[in-house]
Design a protein around this ligand. Sequence first.
Ligand code: ADP
Ligand code: ZN
Length: 748
Amino acid sequence: MNPDILSDMPLSYRKIVPVLLPYPFKEPFDYIIPHDLKIEKIIPGTLVIVPLNQRKEIGVVWQDHVLSGNLSLLSTPKKEKRKLKEIISILPIQPLPRVLMQFIDWMANYNFTESGSVLAMAIRNIRTLTVPLKKEYGWIKTSPLPTNLKITEKRKKILDFMNIPDQAYTTRELTENLHIKPSVIYGLEKSGGIFKQPLTNFTQFSKPDPNFHQPSLSEEQTKATTFLKKQVDKKKFSVTLLQGITGSGKTEVYMQAIASCIEQNKQVLVLLPEIALSAQWTNRFYKRFGVNPALWHSDLGLKHRKQTWMAILKNEVFVLVGARSALFLPFYDLGLIIVDEEHESSFKQEEGVIYNARDMAIVRAKLSSCPIILVSATPSMETLINAHQGKYFHLTLTKRHGGAIMPRTELVDMKIHPPEKGHFLSPPLVKATQEKLDKNEQVLFFLNRRGYAPLTLCRACGYRLECPHCSAWLVEHRCTRKLVCHHCDYSIPVPLECPHCNTKNSLVPIGPGIERITEEASITFPDAKILVMSSDCLNSPKMTAEAVRRIMQKEVNLIIGTQIVAKGWHFPDLTLVGVIDADLGLTGADLRAAEKTLQLLHQVGGRAGRARFPGTVIIQSFLTDHPVMETLIKGDFNQFMIEEAHERKAGFWPPYGRLAAIIVSADTNQDALETAQELGLNAPSRDGVIVLGPAPAPLSLLRNRYRQRLLLRTHKSIAIQPILHQWLDPIKPKKNVKITVDIDPISF
Ligand code: ADP
Ligand code: ZN
């Protein structure tokens, strides 16, 4: 590999450098280079330790005017020289790549935040680099197991869970995921079933073998592959939408593009919407390339992340698969970026720095001069329109691999086939499920709602149990016997009487969550082996890997899950998908409700019939005439989206215009409203700019903060950031009032 480290610049006459610190600072601070530091070692990107308010902090020697490409190492110091502090030392590692610094500045500017906040995301994992870490240990399964090993039920649980070969599992992972005591683990060690190993080297980051296993591709796949390989070879920026029906082999196709990139010794970044997916993805990668890819997500230990971070900086990593934060890794030589399931809203980070990782990945590719592939069966509106307008290349795969056919979709009109009172499974769904279970095939019930019931109501006085800190109902979780707020995690034990009128035993659950569906299913299908998949029970990739193993090995035949099951899973024996409440996302004022519901239901339906047996999707709905339902039956997704887009064109709603949400939050509604109204009065007025609001934000109370919202919409030809600056910069709200800007909000 050939790292593009910046050539040194003549610095002998410059003793002051700008250093960006990982805090909400818009700009770098000036620091003096002391005499005992080698000045030529300090170039833009160098990591240094500097004093900041009596503390030592890691910062990065920044560059002025990155965007204009002028890399002068400093203009005039902003403070008087004698007030400037000195750099303490230089970290003995490579400087950050220049493209990463450009990306950070661009990102900050576009998303209306500070460069320092974005830098914090990029170097968060090395902040403690100088602090020695305590030794961590993990457990590895002995292979083969000793013949005389006594396998108790708890031990079996552990051994089954450790199903990734040679992978070390920490004590915490085992105890938390399996609900066992550490003593069981130690016992198993004594008997020789597992052994202890220091977690020193997590992966060797060895080079994947592009020819390890070459699949034979279909004609369609070959065509798409040839095109993508050409893009990789060009080493230029381009965006390609790879759209193909579920199970058409999109992953197989983009793996070919990855192979090309590996042959050229360039780095590949693959973004997945959900870390839970990384286990199945890694397995697949292993089969194709003979090694594991590097991983990146928040669930990995600090040490693991540090090693990976350093390896990337040293250009030792070839392929990295990760969650959105992987965008900020210090890649020197990216040759390809892939965003799988690009339409997923989890690519949007809604807290801290608000950004859309899909969009930022495109920028990162542009700055790195490499191609990017956006992959989806149901692309987002933005992507689809860009492809239609010829801004993106558009590849389509229309056939499922190996002759599998697309599932047949049936609507069950819940007005005509109502379930029994207090039940949620309609007779047609029950019948179809029983048939599949009898044939030893697998069934999936999908309901996008965690917990037992979304609402608890008093039968006597009509009181609804609400979160005291948020404008949201408390959701009953029967397994923990608690009422929980899904927005702030506030929880109380389920009360025995109504907190309002004190009537005893008057509280009733209203509507279903997946716990309730599980309860009903276990009564309706007493012989079914049920597995629940929701973020409440699958809280780590290893836990998910275990669930996937149980499905693949057919230890279960009825899977009940929330949106986590809708992702890109491949379960060959799954032949029926039942959507319990298809109307769930369609109510409410969100302009994107139809688009999102269609994507979700299409995606979950796509889990059915992916291999030998044909699949069926049964959709329970009260709104059987809704265009979304019609589209699900007819399957013409793109046509629906293009018509939807057309309706947004006139009002220049996205994707035809630019949009920003301005959220004003405060401790009291009064304060939030005052500032929001002030913003309203000073709203920019010119052609092609529209301001809506203020109005209460969708969650008007969140974690004790009252929230008002304004929407700024501009014509596509008008840049939204300068308008925001002009508008918001002069506003000086009270101390407890906070103004947050969300560029390209995903709900509006
Ligand atoms: P998608 O990503 O479009 O949903 P996948 O890439 O997951 O589809 O492919 C679906 C299934 O078909 C997977 O099990 C995959 O391994 C298999 N498959 C796809 N293309 C090929 C191929 N050319 N040769 C062998 N298996 C393939
Ligand atoms: Zn709450």
